[in-house]
Design a protein around this ligand. Sequence first.
Ligand SMILES: [Zn+2]
Ligand SMILES: [Zn+2]
Length: 744
Amino acid sequence: MEKLHMEIQGIVQGVGFRPFVHRLVSEHRLNGYIQNTSSGVELELEGERAELERFAAELPLRAPKLALIEQIRTRYAKELMGYREFTIRTSKTELLRNTLISPDISICDDCLRELRDPADRRYRYPFINCTNCGPRFTIIKDIPYDRARTSMAGFPMCDDCAREYHDISNRRYHAQPDCCPDCGPRLFLLDGTGREVPGDALETARSWLKAGRIVAVQGLGGIHLACRCDDPALVRELRRRKQRDEKPFAIMCRDADAAERLCLMSPAERRILESVHRPIVLLHKRQPGLEHLSENRWLGVMLPYTPLHVLLLGEDLDALVMTSANLSDTPILYRNGEALEKLRGIADGFLLHDREIQTRCDDSLCWVVDGKEYPARRSRGYVPFPIRAAGSRGGILACGAEQKASFCLSRGESVFPSQHIGDLKNLETLEHYERQIAHFQRLFDIRPEVLACDLHPDYLSTRYAQERAAREGLELIQVQHHHAHMAACMADNGLTGPCIGLIWDGTGYGTDGTAWGGECLMGGYERVERRGTIRPIPLIGGDRAVEERERVAFALLRDAGCDTGEIPKAAVYEAMFRAGLNCPLSSGMGRLFDGVAAILGIKTRASYEGQGAVLLEAVADSGEEAAYSVALSGEPLCFDWRPMIREIVRDRRQGVATGTAAARFMNTLVDMAVEMARRIAREAGIRDVVLSGGSFQNMYILHRLPGKLREEGLRVYHHSRVSANDEGLSLGQLMVAEHRRKKD
Ligand SMILES: [Zn+2]
Ligand SMILES: [Zn+2]
């Protein structure tokens, strides 16, 4: 006999890890204990050495899907404690507020099997769940995490459920939301006026959907609007009612095979689509004809993640539009009463239930790049799991940006990024933001000592931070926008610096008070130098140039000495430009995309930020290898786009196809980035390059640039845990603040 001591670090709490270990221990007939620690779990077991070794080898291979094991330390010893049984010890740390809370997890295979088994007592029960799956973050009101502090408080367990809950060998041991048709929540269907429809709610809702009605469906972190996706007129009607003109709609497919009939899918995309996180994955549309869902080549696809979704799609519905229930730019609705009021005239019916959503949490959204998630929105299914930041002391709240707001809070080496929040300029969103900050502080027992925010004086997140810092006497650290993007990508990849950062986005406040956005930075968390940028573009009419891309096209053409005659209001712009009226300069890469899209004659009015880059990517001919000339000079190194604009105009005149010119433009940006990074890297002796900023959501560039940088001997890193756009910014702010805070 020997004793095995194991320390397991990583995300192993709140994911059914201890019951899993209990089952494994009983299979191997070992005795001892397991308990949570501040960084994971520890366990001690006694048995024959060979048996202990088999156990230790199997544990990481069979761990619950949501567990993320970072490190295992094992130690064998001859001295025995003489354990007579296996126990789960309640640790001291667990009584304190520093255990982790699990994200919401998609229905597991075991529950799926029971859901479909006519002999099971939860047959076709829309709220079936177990330790390995079900709602978590979105139903928690407070901690410690137990039923009384969740939306399940009003549903006392029946005897059968209670027996499962207390049986350590059961899959539902300590599953707080455990329930059954006898004791759990109930599904109901209301008509468009809010009156309950008698009969089988689920079957009636399904028949309504099949008949072409729009039905609001309560999900995990909010309410969706669902309808058939194969009827363009119906989808147009949904757009009209939602006042959402062009933004793409996501769909929910019955399974990955159904999704593959509509979209191309790599094995990695399939794996992430089917993962327990169940994000919306942006997939390449297989054929034209889905323009009513998305105007570009990507279609957002997700799979059913709740038992209700599984039942709703059933055996005969292959796919449904599943879009957040909200009005244009307001946050997703998540309370039944509110939904009934605000969706009147939008939804023809409401499939709701009485398990309340406590915390709003949108669907996550990602591409799959290099076999991993490349997040556009990190939210349901991922939040509130932390990101580890080695050496971090904690106690920082980073307040994020504005339009794609998020925040991060740190406790020791754990950084907790918030879910997707939205645009703070909307009052409801701002209230949601402030409430979520308070909620996270309570859930993770963090009282921030340091606040980090953007440099932009008008961001509502900056104002929040400034006011709060003044009120509570906290240290305030303002972080330049693109520095924060760079730090976010470094932290995402566990880098410590120094690095080169190619940081491209629409707009961010520069240290000189102008708008930056086509930047090449060099440095680390504490400080960076601006080593490269692009020639500033005059934005005629300021912010209006963001919406009306022809204003940017005019500025580019005029500056490059090209004819502006084709621009409809050229004379007006010329007068504004000459008078110097409201023409701030911007080196934003997003603006360059917008202007070139307009010069190439691709729709001129932007209905959402970043649409120029999306549209150029959509039309680009991926077989095109040529590029325009790259002119770089000065200090910081400046990309002069004027020769490129002249060549684009020449191409247009010579009848070169739009797709070819779009590809050449993006190839030019790739060449420019490589040349810039190569020169700076060689001079400074740095090899690590990080890519961040919203422009790196252009997959054409993201798929071409890294390979070319590697050919120059550089190591390239992009995001895989937080978004490259402003939503990922708060993580970077937090890291910079951690390195700059007062040392005591
Ligand atoms: Zn389950
Ligand atoms: Zn029950």
